[in-house]
Write a protein that binds this ligand. Sequence first.
Ligand SMILES: *Cc1c(COP(=O)(O)O)cnc(C)c1O
Length: 233
Amino acid sequence: MSIQDIQENLRMIRERIDQACHDCGRDPHGVRLVAVSKTKPAADVLAAFAAGQKLFGESYVQEFTDKAEQVEAPVEWHFIGHLQSNKAKYLRGRVRMIHSVDRLSLAREINRQWERIDERLEVLVQVNLAGEQSKSGVAPQEAPALVRKLSELPHLRVRGLMTLPPFFEDPQAVRPYFRQLRELSEEIAGLDLPGVGMDELSMGMSHDFPAAIAEGATLVRVGTAIFGARETP
Ligand SMILES: *Cc1c(COP(=O)(O)O)cnc(C)c1O
């Protein structure tokens, strides 16, 4: 993708986000675009940044730390991929949010790392709604108990939920999953856990973000539609 292509794609995605908000009566300020730059070079991040994009999502620790060093612009990084506990230290102080916390052991390690810099990291709990073997995430029925445990960790702040639902050709077919994540988030909010906010819903990707917005997404994670197809590793 050329710089112009990336910037034009971004403009179109922002328009479609605005349109999706308009269609369901939401304020577009309530939806943030996470530009997913995994597998793409630092130059692509800078092209998007030059067009006003400040928030980027990455999935692979080593690739992210290399890239973050090359990006000398004040971007906000979110980590959205599966995270091994022993790699949390490489993200310490470098990311604003981790979307993929799905087990207590990982949360404890993140807590330990962020304690060292005396900061509190915003996290989302990843939920595996369809019980897919190939995907990370806590089972929905176990999510409330996990959030309760996380609320006891002083260097974490739970802000909401994230999901990566099954793929359907028809983006409308995935809507029940997005709705289910919203309902689960409302259920957990009802527990009134100290320090826990359930105000963020990270859901929706390139081909289904309008449906996710219709169901309440506050963070949409869009890669391919901005930066082009990725090489499959
Ligand atoms: C890669 C990735 C995305 C972006 O997917 P696209 O289909 O390229 O928009 C979103 N979320 C997660 C967790 C990802 O790993």
